[in-house]
Design a binder for this molecule. Structure first.
Ligand SMILES: [Ca+2]
Ligand SMILES: [Ca+2]
Length: 499
């Protein structure tokens, strides 16, 4: 933490009318942070991850070109169908998935894995103490309310409509209003702005112009399919008509009751929903552009670290799934760009980071001490090009439905997913080489009626390798790693084949 005198200097100066001459050069140079977070957005929607994507995001693409793109950024997972909730707790606290307050528990302090008064050591509280001005706009609900309240300026509302007032433009406007107020007040303190959106989470009601661009309609009639339109994004190559087996939560709201999709996985429904999704994501891009332009006008852009990410990914037809309750790459991974002073333009990091590492990184970049409760790792050395990665192994959990549910582990190009669903008698293991099979094709993707719909014939090695004899050692190795990670992270469950 900074010495109290340093924090008080600006206040004293304003009172004495001597501002800003007496502010030290060092203080003036402290960088700002703009943390941008979308709600439910797959990395594969973006061209800097998937060159074939039809989504236009010129502003975010420009950020990617001017900063560093992470190819293996993950959220750690969820013990709830509301995947947003643990994800946002991890972002705010820098703590791992079993060490954060649990939904449904009356108080944070009820578990010895969660420190008391944790909210006082979350993102905004830490930066407030360091003399930053903190502002937040985001959706309401499925979040970390006690941490969100710590921001000095809070402008929250759920905005998933298709107009300026009811959609993403509202969130953009809150940031612009805040920056305008700072400008008027001649406020030169460094700032941390948490710029969150309510989209492209469903209901994906886009603006009329952007819906038209992507050939989509805000479909509401459950008894009909939405109209087909050649402008719609094409079907993802890893689309399936249904998930091949019970994965522990196939009846969750997101899989059966999203307006416009429901239980349908046909081409018309999925392409229309992707069109809606893209309309919402392009609108986010426009709003980010408005804010960046304002920062540029204010002369703050070059001295601001900009993070762009999402709380988790999203399926929308991939693997026969619709929602965020799975551990395939489209959903376990998140987009992540960081741009700012000292970060080489157009640079790329292979990985490996979690969203829970963001807080430590923000602190490291700004010279603010991370709180003692933080468990995340700063990836500043990666941003500076001094280190390739800060983590070797990545762990993921989804158990918001039946327990124990799903677990994943990744090391290098190898990834294992296991599914333990006792009531359905499911004990499934998937092993992927992500270098050869980045879309995680399964045997079902090789069936002719699927190929006929997707137009894509996977190569023989683009499949689940778990039961192929030549990979038995690799599978065992990853199963051991998974068990080690489950123990290390206090995962309270065991899988059917574990001790
Ligand atoms: Ca979310
Ligand atoms: Ca201020």
């Amino acid at each position: 933490m900074l010495p109290r005198t340093l924090i008080c200097v600006p206040i004293l100066c304003i009172l004495l009318g001597c501002y800003p001459q007496t502010v030290s050069a060092e203080e003036e140079k402290r960088p700002n942070i703009l943390f941008i977070i979308a709600d439910d957005q797959s990395p594969f929607d973006f061209r800097f991850y998937n060159p074939k994507s039809q989504l236009d995001t010129p502003v975010i693409d420009q950020l990617a070109a001017e900063g560093m793109v992470f190819d293996a950024a993950y959220h750690m997972g969820s013990w709830s169908g509301a995947v947003c909730t643990p994800s946002r707790h991890m972002v705010m606290s820098g703590r791992s998935v079993w060490h954060i307050p649990r939904k449904g528990k009356p108080r944070e302090a009820t578990s010895n894995l969660v420190p008391p008064r944790l909210a006082n050591n979350t993102m905004a509280a830490v930066f407030n103490r360091a003399g930053y001005d903190t502002m937040r706009t985001c959706k309401t609900g499925n979040s970390y309310a006690a941490a969100n309240k710590q921001f000095t300026v809070v402008r929250e509302a759920l905005k998933r409509g298709g107009t300026a007032e009811t959609g993403s433009a509202w969130h953009g406007q809150q940031v612009l209003d805040y920056l305008n107020e700072r400008e008027k007040a001649n406020d030169t303190d460094p700032f941390l702005i948490y710029f969150g959106f309510s989209h492209p989470h469903d209901t994906r009601d886009g603006t009329p112009e952007l819906l038209a661009k992507y050939g989509a309609t805000n479909h509401t009639d459950k008894n009909r399919l939405p109209p087909a339109n050649p402008q719609q994004p094409s079907l993802p190559h890893n689309w399936l008509p249904q998930h091949p087996f019970e994965n522990s939560h196939l009846k969750v709201r997101d899989e059966v009751n999203v307006s416009g999709v429901w239980q349908n996985r046909d081409e018309q429904t999925i392409r229309n929903e992707l069109g809606r999704d893209f309309a919402c994501s392009e609108n986010i891009d426009i709003q980010v552009g408005r804010v960046l332009k304002k920062l540029e006008t204010m002369g703050e852009l070059e001295n601001t670290y900009i993070f762009y990410t999402a709380d988790h990914g999203m399926a929308i037809g991939r693997h026969g799934l619709q929602g965020k309750q799975n551990l395939y790459e489209h959903t376990w991974r998140v987009p992540l760009i960081v741009k700012g002073p000292g970060i080489a333009p157009g640079s790329r990091a292979p990985g490996n980071v979690y969203l829970m590492d963001v807080l430590a990184t923000m602190c490291d970049l700004t010279g603010v001490q991370a709180p003692e409760t933080n468990e995340g790792l700063s990836f500043k050395p990666v941003l500076e090009g001094k280190q390739a990665t800060v983590r070797d192994v990545l762990y993921g959990v989804y158990c918001g439905g039946e327990k124990p549910g799903m677990r994943a582990v990744r090391q290098g190009d190898w990834k294992l997913i296991k599914y333990d669903v006792p009531s359905a008698g499911i004990h499934e293991t998937q092993l992927f080489n992500l270098a050869e099979n980045p879309l995680e094709f399964l045997p079902e993707h090789h069936e002719q009626d699927v190929i006929t719909v997707t137009g894509y014939s996977p190569k023989p090695n683009e499949t689940n390798l778990a039961d192929q004899p030549q990979y038995i050692d690799k599978r065992r190795e990853l199963e051991t790693l998974l068990q080690q990670e489950m123990n290390r992270l206090d995962d309270p469950y065991s899988l059917w084949d574990q001790d």
